[in-house]
Design a protein. Structure first.
Length: 38
């Protein structure tokens, strides 16, 4: 899984960077919402 991600990064760094940042933002929001539930 990690190898595939690294290969994608080297192939299309711009798109992968945007996708990665969006993914991190999505995870941060999801974790924050989950914490607020408790």
């Amino acid at each position: 899984m990690l190898a595939d991600g690294n290969r994608a990064m080297s192939t299309i760094p711009g798109f992968n960077q945007i996708q990665f940042e969006g993914f991190c933002t999505f995870i941060d929001q999801g974790l924050t919402e989950e914490l607020y539930k408790f």
